[in-house]
Design a protein around this ligand. Sequence first.
Ligand code: NAG
Ligand code: NAG
Ligand code: NAG
Ligand code: NAG
Length: 512
Amino acid sequence: MTSKKQSPPPWTTATTEQEKYSKTRETTPSKNFIINFHFKYFILFLISVTSWFSILFFFLPPTNLKHQPHRSSLSSTEPIKSILAVDRRRQRNPSKNNVSYVYIYNLPPEFNLGLVQDCAHLNIYINMCPHVANRGLGQQLPLSDDGEAGSGSGAGGGTWFATHQFIAEMIFHARMEDHPHRTWDPARASLFYVPFYGGLHASSKFREMNLTARDELAVRLVDFLQRQPTWRKNNGKDHFIVLGRTAWDFMRSTESGPDFGANSLLNLPRVQSMSVLTVETNPWKKKTNPNQYGLPYPSYFHPSTAAQMLTWQTKVRKSNRTYLFSFIGAPRKGLEKAAIRDELIRQCGESTRCELVQCNNKGKNNKCFEPSEIMRVMTRSEFCLQAPGDSFTRRSTFDAVLAGCVPVFFSPHTAYTQYGWFLPDNPEEYSVFMDEDEAKREKRVINVEEELLKIPRERVEKMRKTVIDLIPRLTYKHPNASDDGGGEFRDVVDVAFDALGRHVRSILAGNK
Ligand SMILES: *[C@@H]1O[C@H](CO)[C@@H](O)[C@H](O)[C@H]1NC(C)=O
Ligand SMILES: *[C@@H]1O[C@H](CO)[C@@H](O)[C@H](O)[C@H]1NC(C)=O
Ligand SMILES: *[C@@H]1O[C@H](CO)[C@@H](O)[C@H](O)[C@H]1NC(C)=O
Ligand SMILES: *[C@@H]1O[C@H](CO)[C@@H](O)[C@H](O)[C@H]1NC(C)=O
């Protein structure tokens, strides 16, 4: 089954929603999908998101937080040795009694640390060893806080890293281990984090033809969990798991069809009772999988302090945007959505207002995976085109926001139906939408430059301001960042953590 590297033809599943999608695996770090969009599901999703936000939050009794005062390393997950301390933030603001405290399971190494030890075999296409370094941040880049050549000054050494796009699960774990709301006492926890590196494991088994063997680890994880008294208390409804790959990699179709290597983790009933964060959810399964939420892809900037974040935001705000728009990407062969990519590459190449970075040359000078080159192009552009790639979502969306570049979407599933916890409710505040499906139905070709030039100047400025203000909450802080240091900022993990707390409170309240 080595043919999986080539793009398989799209196929149609026999579901009522007529989902139609195809999928390949990354040859370069990326992957694959096509789906027909159904607007009503988008609306349904928006309604469900707004309605749970409006549910009255359940008040939990005050809890003492047990906080590990020292940095934890990958191997020091032993609970007993930690010295207990009351959370300083709670002392500063004792009225915050509805915040959640998280207990992190000390899983057997085969579910996380053991996998990382075998980093050379974690992905069937590339060696992940450089990418799992620095707790998933990857290799440090020789850039200073403002992204210029130089050396980093971050507390853990450096702010810029060549971070792999499918590594969120590791960074999340590292951040949670040192989170001020971590507790070592399960009795005091309202959230239970299961730090399984399921995405890394999945990408090591894409070519495993024995389905029992492919699913084996997920099954063992569930066995482990259901033996825990902490699981049985709420049947896992207060548990969560974070996966750095797309949901499609964990939802093997039961219908016969081409096998793209996915396992069945998210099809297991016990996993479905947990909250699951993935970098791309299945937008048609919001009703059947109400506990699945989109999590931003990690980009390259991992500051430790609010000052470092401000330095970058200031630089991006002042940046000279000499190009109206830019496109960084490769054409896709044999896929329906290749049409829009080819068209964007053509339009961008023909426009003097567009900067094009093509990724299709496999040579050594391929600049499109070089973080500093990506940032250089995106900080010089007003708009960054986000055509669906191998899948709907793209890490590039988060690179664009980091660069203060207003993203232009062609599918609502690239961001709007995915990251409800992190992005403003109104997409017009921070992005431009060019409806590719509508254009196709009307048999017209979108003229990107023309459409972008129609947008009033003041709306462009306003969108850019919103985008730049979004940077902190879409950034993964350096895991060694101290919340008590010189002014904190709230990052992806903080936002996700609060949202998980609200979600779990509301579902447990609903069950009573
Ligand atoms: C706690 O809940 C109240 C009411 O639901 C809300 O106004 C407040 O912002 C919440 N505080 C925190 C820290 O979440
Ligand atoms: C965090 O700090 C510790 C102790 O200084 C260090 O050993 C570790 O490498 C740092 N972590 C990262 C990801 O840089
Ligand atoms: C498939 O894998 C399972 C679990 O590893 C093993 O027990 C079984 O013998 C394998 N089946 C075949 C046909 O190799
Ligand atoms: C931005 O462009 C203007 C006009 O071309 C130039 O005067 C200015 O120095 C540039 N600023 C930076 C930071 O490059």
